[in-house]
Design a protein around this ligand. Structure first.
Ligand code: SF4
Length: 334
C-alpha cells in the first residue's frame, strides 16, 4: 500500500503535477458544433488519455482544445438545466437558484487557512455562499444559508491569484462553502486559465450527481469529504436529503478511484450506534486506504434546538469509543 496522500505530497514538493494541468495537456479538439452527448463521448475518450498521462508520470504541456476546456464547456451546458447534485433541479441557473438558491458564484471569503488537517495547511480556502443541503446542525450556517452573501470574483482574477498563493506557500486550493458543487462551472473555468502547479482540494458534502463527479475526475487531487450519517432516516430528518447512503457512498467510491480521499465524520450527540459506527465500518470495508478524521467539535448551532437529540454536546465517552473502534478495524486516523 502506498503511503497516505503520497501523490498529493509529491505535488506539494514539486515532484509531480496537479491533475488539472495534466487534463489541460490532453487534446480533445474544439467542442463547437458538438451535441451534449457528443461532448460526453469526447470527454470519456479524453479521460482515458488523461489516465495514461497520469500512469506515465508525464510532464504537463497545456494546450488549447483540452480535456479541461471540454469539462468547463460541458458544465456551462449543464448550468442551464442544473443537475450538479442529486436534487436534479433542472433549472436554468442564470435565472433560478433551484434548491440551493445559488445563481452565479459568490465568494464570502478566501484566505490561507491554518485550521485544516495538518497535511493540508496552509490551505488557500475559497468559501462559496450557499449549499444544497439543509443541515439543522450546520456549523457554517451564516454562509450556507445565504447564497446572496459575498461577492462575485471573476474566474480570470481567481486563476491569477493561484500563482500568488503558491508563491506565498499555499499547499493547495481548498474549494468549499457552503458547498462548492453548485459552483462547479466556475471552478472548472478557473482551472482552464490557471498556470500554478498547486493541488486542488474538493471539500464537499458529496451529494453530487454522477455527471458532476465525472467532470471532477482529472480536475482535483484530493477529496476532503463529509460522511455525515450512517443511515437514510437520520440524513432525511437532519439534512433534508433523500437516498443519502446510496448517493454519498457511491460518490466516495468514485472519489477513491479518481484520487486521494480524506473523509471527515462530524460526530453527532447520541448518534454513535446509528451513524458513527456504521460510517466507520463502511469505510473499513470499502475504502480501507482512506484517511479518516473523526471530528468531535459538534456544537448545537443553527436549528439544532428543533431536534431534541441535537440539543446537547457530544459525550467524551462516545468519542473515545468511536476512536477505539476505528483503530480496531484498521482505519488510518488523523
Ligand atoms: S446544484 Fe443541486 S440544488 Fe442547486 S440547482 Fe443544481 S441540482 Fe439544484
Amino acid at each position: 500500500m502506498s503511503s497516505p496522500l503520497e501523490r498529493y505530497r509529491a505535488i506539494v514538493d514539486r515532484r509531480s503535477s496537479a491533475r488539472y494541468l495534466l487534463a489541460r495537456s490532453v487534446e480533445v479538439g474544439p467542442a463547437d458544433g458538438l451535441t451534449l452527448p457528443e461532448m460526453w463521448e469526447a470527454h470519456d475518450r479524453g479521460l482515458r488519455a488523461y489516465q495514461r498521462l497520469v500512469e506515465a508520470g508525464s510532464a504537463p504541456q497545456p494546450l488549447r482544445g483540452s480535456l479541461m476546456d471540454l469539462k468547463w464547456r460541458i458544465a456551462t451546458e449543464l448550468f442551464i438545466a442544473c443537475c450538479f447534485c442529486e436534487h436534479d433541479c433542472q433549472v436554468d441557473r442564470r435565472r433560478s437558484g433551484g434548491r440551493c438558491g445559488v445563481l452565479e458564484p459568490r465568494i464570502v471569503s478566501q484566505f490561507m487557512h491554518l485550521g485544516e488537517e495538518e497535511a493540508l495547511v496552509p490551505s488557500f480556502t475559497v468559501f462559496f455562499a450557499g449549499c444544497n443541503l439543509r443541515c439543522a446542525f450546520c456549523q457554517n450556517y451564516e454562509i450556507s444559508t445565504r447564497p446572496d452573501r459575498g461577492q462575485e470574483v471573476p474566474a480570470p482574477a481567481m486563476a491569477a491569484r493561484l500563482e500568488t498563493v503558491l508563491k506565498a506557500g499555499g499547499r493547495n486550493v481548498n474549494w468549499v462553502g457552503g458547498e462548492p458543487t453548485p459552483n462547479l462551472p466556475y471552478v472548472l473555468e478557473v482551472l482552464t486559465r490557471a498556470e500554478a502547479n498547486i493541488a486542488q482540494v474538493w471539500n464537499s458534502n458529496m451529494y453530487l450527481s454522477e455527471k458532476a463527479m465525472s467532470l471532477l475526475d482529472g480536475a482535483v487531487d484530493v477529496y476532503l469529504t463529509d460522511l455525515k450519517f450512517g443511515n437514510d432516516a437520520c440524513a432525511e430528518r437532519l439534512s433534508g436529503v433523500r437516498d443519502y447512503m446510496r448517493i454519498v457512498t457511491r460518490n466516495h467510491l468514485l472519489a477513491g478511484s479518481h484520487c486521494e480521499v480524506i473523509v471527515r465524520h462530524l460526530m453527532l450527540p447520541g448518534h454513535l450506534d446509528c451513524c458513527t459506527l456504521p460510517v466507520l465500518d463502511w469505510l473499513a470495508g470499502h475504502m480501507p486506504d482512506a484517511i479518516v478524521n473523526i471530528m468531535a467539535q459538534f456544537r448545537p448551532e443553527h436549528r439544532a434546538d428543533e431536534h431534541p437529540d441535537l440539543r446537547t454536546r457530544l459525550s467524551r465517552f462516545d468519542y473515545i469509543r468511536a476512536v477505539e473502534h476505528a483503530r480496531r478495524i484498521g482505519l488510518e486516523l488523523i
